[in-house]
Design a protein around this ligand. Structure first.
Ligand SMILES: [Zn+2]
Ligand SMILES: [Zn+2]
Length: 349
């Protein structure tokens, strides 16, 4: 079968691999339907690492995915403890916490130090035609959610978790820096959660346009002074909650500058150089509450409800769908941020 593996920085290849065998106890065999390209995949392709996780042998990447179950191992239950069956379409949560350590028991499975993650070394990801996954990571999706939208449930889960950390209250004001897929979903969720206004900023005009369409007061970050814009609009007060969902460079400081005194700052983006750029005095004088967003906690059921109800138009975020063979080209295109690129979906089978 075909698989896309990362052999080193900027070295993605379509390789031939053996098909996996039959699923063991609790696992299922999945025919992978679609995989979304995520910002963290782009970091991995560029640098051969994500944060301090370095890979040392070729790795099948891809962690935002869905597929159809083709075989069920003994006793395999889904993420809601229901039996899985052949033929079900499922979205897959890529993270597998141990479920038994102190951190898991305290209710932070997203921070489990013993977890594995599909598509992050050493666990192979989803850019392959078939793979075995744990039943507990699977969440059945209705036919009304297409394959591409099914992969975006992972992205939506990340955004839901970030908004949860922001502890938004009705009629509060929000700023979102970075209108990639996660930033866009945060914009929409903040509005659904009752924010009175969401100021959104991005460097790409097509993203600004989409954020505007989705209900934000959106601005091109290079054409306006983002901080001045927010301060003028809020009468010098700043916003209640500022989300950084971009490349986490000087944008972290900018988000902190936009937050009101006593406000909240939620950091979602991952910086290329693994450094946090924030003036101590900004955070201290304002007494900011800073939350670092790490993955998600059982957000798939909520994400599926939002997608099914029509509250979230996930398809509207998909800029292009390409076949598996074209995955390396698609990553290149995404890395260059060619005009119009938002979420690229790779159709695997
Ligand atoms: Zn991702
Ligand atoms: Zn654990």
């Amino acid at each position: 079968m075909k698989a896309v593996r990362l052999h080193g920085p900027r070295d993605l290849r379509v390789d031939a691999l053996n098909e996996p065998g039959q699923p063991g106890t609790g696992d299922v065999l999945l025919r992978v339907g679609a995989v979304g390209i995520c910002g963290s995949d782009l970091h991995m392709v560029l640098d051969g690492r994500i944060g301090d996780t370095v890979f040392t042998s070729p790795l099948v990447i891809g962690h935002e995915f869905m597929g159809t179950i083709t075989a069920v191992g003994e006793g395999a239950l889904d993420g809601s403890q229901r039996p899985l069956r052949v033929g079900q379409r499922v979205a897959v949560d890529p993270s597998t916490p141990c479920g038994h350590c102190e951190i898991c028991e305290r209710g932070y499975p997203n921070l489990c130090p013993n977890h594995t993650f599909y598509g992050v070394y050493p666990t192979p990801g989803a850019l392959q035609e078939c793979m075995i996954v744990h039943g507990q990571n699977c969440f059945p999706i209705p036919d009304s959610i297409g394959d591409g939208a099914g992969t975006l449930l992972e992205t939506l889960g990340v955004a839901i978790h970030a908004v949860d950390l922001g502890k938004l209250r009705v009629a509060e004001t929000v700023a979102v820096i970075g209108c990639g897929p996660v930033g866009m979903l945060i914009v929409k969720l903040a509005l659904l959660a009752g924010s009175s206004v969401v100021y959104a900023f991005d460097k790409f005009p097509w993203r600004v346009e989409k954020a505007q369409k989705w209900g934000a007061q959106a601005y091109h970050a290079d054409s306006v002074d983002p901080l001045k814009t927010v301060m003028e609009a809020t009468g010098g007060r700043g916003v209640d909650v500022a989300f950084e969902a971009g490349w986490a460079d000087e944008s972290v400081q900018l988000a902190a500058d936009m937050a009101r005194c006593g406000g909240r700052l939620v950091l979602v983006g991952i910086p290329g150089d693994d450094r946090l750029y924030l003036r101590h005095s900004t955070a201290r004088r304002k007494g900011l509450t800073i939350r670092m967003s790490r993955r998600m906690k059982h957000t798939y059921p909520r994400a599926i409800r939002l997608a099914t109800s029509g509250a979230m138009d996930l398809d509207d975020l998909i800029s292009e769908t390409v076949p598996l063979d074209q995955a390396p080209t698609a990553f290149d295109k995404n890395l260059r941020y060619e005009a119009g690129v938002q979420k690229i979906i790779i159709k695997v089978t």
